[in-house]
Write a protein that binds this ligand. Structure first.
Ligand SMILES: Cc1cc2nc3c(=O)[nH]c(=O)nc-3n(C[C@H](O)[C@H](O)[C@H](O)COP(=O)(O)OP(=O)(O)OC[C@H]3O[C@@H](n4cnc5c(N)ncnc54)[C@H](O)[C@@H]3O)c2cc1C
Length: 417
């Protein structure tokens, strides 16, 4: 790997990013070539079977995310693996309400793009590892130990396996290490965890009908079932249901799983004819009490991990990364100062709170089975279909807007020129 520097007694960097998953690798890519000295630490190398971020899942990227990836130069590699979402169909099992949004009605080419996480990882890691970037140190697999967060500096030891260790000094540590963030805990930042009592069972499936860019979200009594188009003509299925039901779905053979899926989803996508291996993800809302601490910033799932119902978790985390890159790349002095971190947290607050509330509210609205609620939701979906302002509001969320937009999300270079 070209960018790895020789081990030294103490490496001094501006920013240490801990976690090289979807969001941490995106931040490193956004800072690439800006002059900010970056260390990226990842415990599970990209491309290994156990990498938890770039795994078999797919991600629906909003248009703001597409612009961010375009601006940091990785979109061409992702685009060839992406399926455009041209319409979104929302329905509730057992009710008459049905709503359909089309991208053309909203004046956009696509609501977003569905891409395999591994394809996103390949594009990011190609950028991070192939070109010579003297200001980027990549360490993987590596683990942070003995983290000391002081008023003036952050210090830690990097454990690089087989007894090799390296001392690191940084102005700022970025926690991009996911929902169970070690850095968040070490910084003494509490996190609130709410279990949705749902597990997402994911698989890729083939049908006998072309998808034509259609995406479906069907709310069932146990949780939402999303069926999304993929670039090779197949579909990604994300089926959120009660844990016991998820265990049953995981234990079924392919034919039995396809039959269950057909019965639950119906025939809108055609006949389900083949399915990949299934994976499962317990669903929780994890929300850090604050996104900044002394010389510490939390981004992505370390700051907030969401239910995938609205496909917002990564899109939100990417905007965290894009705005943080902008703040860091345009700061001449100390990139870990309290004033800078406070400003970052304030700028991100509206987007973060809005998306968390929207996503959590949607899960709870459709999980509410009190008498009358289902009828109201059915009417809501019908009204929603008849009321253009409501559709535009959802489309805006799908497009990834809310709060001050980072320069990268507006297609501008990360640095002011
Ligand atoms: C089923 C499902 C479907 C989803 N679909 C969508 C979607 O369509 N659209 C969307 O926007 N979002 C979606 N999401 C959410 C999205 O997957 C997450 O928001 C995203 O993965 C967050 O990325 P992250 O890098 O913050 O965290 P993670 O993906 O958890 O990555 C954390 C990284 O840090 C590394 N790490 C952990 N601890 C350490 C340590 N101590 N030292 C070094 N490295 C460490 C891990 O190995 C990993 O690489 C979905 C989530 C699920 C569960």
């Amino acid at each position: 790997m070209a960018a790895v520097a020789p081990a030294t007694a103490a490496a001094e960097v501006d920013v240490a990013i801990v976690g090289g998953g979807m969001v941490g690798a995106s931040l490193a890519a956004a800072l690439w070539g800006t002059g900010v000295r970056v260390l990226l630490v990842e415990s599970v190398p990209f491309g290994t079977g156990t990498q938890p971020s770039f795994d078999e899942r797919t991600t629906a990227l909003g248009n703001a995310s597409r612009r961010i990836f375009e601006a940091i130069g990785v979109w061409p590699a992702i685009a060839s693996e992406a399926a455009a979402i041209r319409s979104i169909h929302v329905s509730e099992a057992g009710r008459f309400g049905f709503s359909r949004l089309t991208a053309s009605e909203q004046g956009v080419d696509a609501f977003g793009y569905v891409v395999a996480n591994r394809a996103i990882g390949a594009a990011l890691w190609q950028k991070l590892s192939s070109s010579s970037a003297p200001q980027l140190l990549l360490r993987m697999p590596a683990h942070v130990q003995d983290l000391e967060i002081g008023d003036a500096r952050v210090r830690f030891t990097l454990e690089r396996g087989s007894g090799a260790a390296e001392q690191i000094v940084a102005q700022l540590v970025v926690a991009a290490d996911g929902a169970h963030s070690q850095i968040r805990a070490a910084a003494g930042i509490a996190a609130d965890v709410e279990d949705y009592d749902q597990v997402a069972v994911v698989a890729n499936v083939a049908t006998d009908r072309a998808h034509e860019g259609r995406a479906f979200e069907r709310f069932t009594r146990e949780g939402p079932l999303a069926v999304l188009p993929l670039h090779d003509g197949t579909w990604a299925v994300i089926w959120a249901c009660r844990p016991a039901h998820a265990a049953r779905l995981l234990s079924l053979d392919e034919a039995a799983y396809l039959a269950r899926l057909q019965a639950q989803f119906g025939w809108r996508a055609g006949r389900f004819v083949a399915a990949s291996r299934r994976g499962s993800y317990p669903l929780r809302l994890t929300r850090a009490a604050t996104t900044v601490g002394v010389r510490t910033v939390l981004i992505g799932n370390a700051a907030q991990a969401l239910h995938p119902v609205a496909g917002q978790g990564f899109n939100l985390g990417l905007r965290d990364a894009a705005l943080l890159a902008e703040v860091l790349a345009n700061t001449a002095g100390d990139v870990g100062s309290a004033a800078l971190l406070r400003r970052f947290a304030q700028w991100r607050a509206r987007d973060r709170e809005g998306v968390v509330r929207f996503t959590d509210g949607l899960v709870k609205l459709f999980a509410d089975h009190r008498p009358g609620m289902s009828l109201l939701r059915g009417l809501g979906l019908l009204m929603f279909d008849l009321a253009p302002p409501a559709k535009s509001a959802l489309a805006r969320v799908s497009l990834g807007f809310g709060g001050p937009a980072p320069r990268l999300a507006r297609g501008l270079p990360v640095r002011h020129v």
